[in-house]
Unconditional design. Structure first.
Length: 202
């Protein structure tokens, strides 16, 4: 298990957030996107297929991986709002029914409004599993090369071609393997929530 990228958003201002994994895949942050996060600061995109984004996440293609992050849904989308997008085929998004979905036949239960929720998506071979707050909620096995993770592509966090996720993201992590449920719970519990009232960071 290796941590490829980690975004904890400690800066709270400026146009860049450092990749805390030490691999150097820093995120470009746009104007007005800093917010109070789950722990410290977080980000909320206000662009379509724009910032925050990383120019790439290295080289090579992954067929085993884990994405995980905290989300705080503040609204509902008209159609879709993307949380992870590779500028090509990888669509990880909120639907207007308030579920998070990937196009491999699985989705989460509806996300609660104005509540921090921990999300993890694992892929092991052709098997995909969603975890919500550390518990497995959906799994499916199906081949779909669109979800091969091409690290060389530009990766958007909190937005994509269908528009931004309506809410805040924090503690975004990408691993090069499918983590176990206990590993996911361990990372989820690694930091304490920030009890500061939510609001835009000036």
């Amino acid at each position: 298990m290796a941590l490829i990228a980690e975004y904890l958003f400690p800066e709270g201002s400026g146009t860049m957030s450092a990749d805390s994994s030490g691999n150097g895949y820093n995120l470009t942050i746009g104007s007005g996107q800093w917010q109070t996060g789950y722990s410290g600061y977080g980000i909320q995109s206000n662009t379509i297929n724009g910032t925050p984004y990383a120019g790439n996440l290295g080289t090579g293609v992954l067929t085993n991986y884990t994405w995980m992050f905290w989300v705080y849904r503040t609204g509902t989308v008209g159609s879709y709002g993307q949380v992870i997008y590779d500028s090509a085929n990888f669509w990880f998004e909120l639907w207007n029914t308030n579920v998070l979905s990937v196009n491999v036949g699985i989705q989460t239960p509806p996300l609660d409004l104005n509540t921090w929720t921990h999300i993890a998506l694992t892929r092991s071979g052709n098997t995909y599993t969603f975890f919500v707050n550390g518990s497995s909620v959906a799994t499916n096995t199906t081949p779909n090369s669109d979800y091969d993770l091409d690290r060389s592509r530009p990766w958007c966090i909190g937005t994509g071609g269908d528009g931004p996720f309506p809410g805040i993201m924090d503690e975004v992590r990408l691993f090069d393997s499918a983590l176990s449920g206990s590993d996911i719970t361990g990372w989820m519990n690694a930091s304490a929530p920030d009890l500061t009232p939510l609001g835009w960071i000036i």
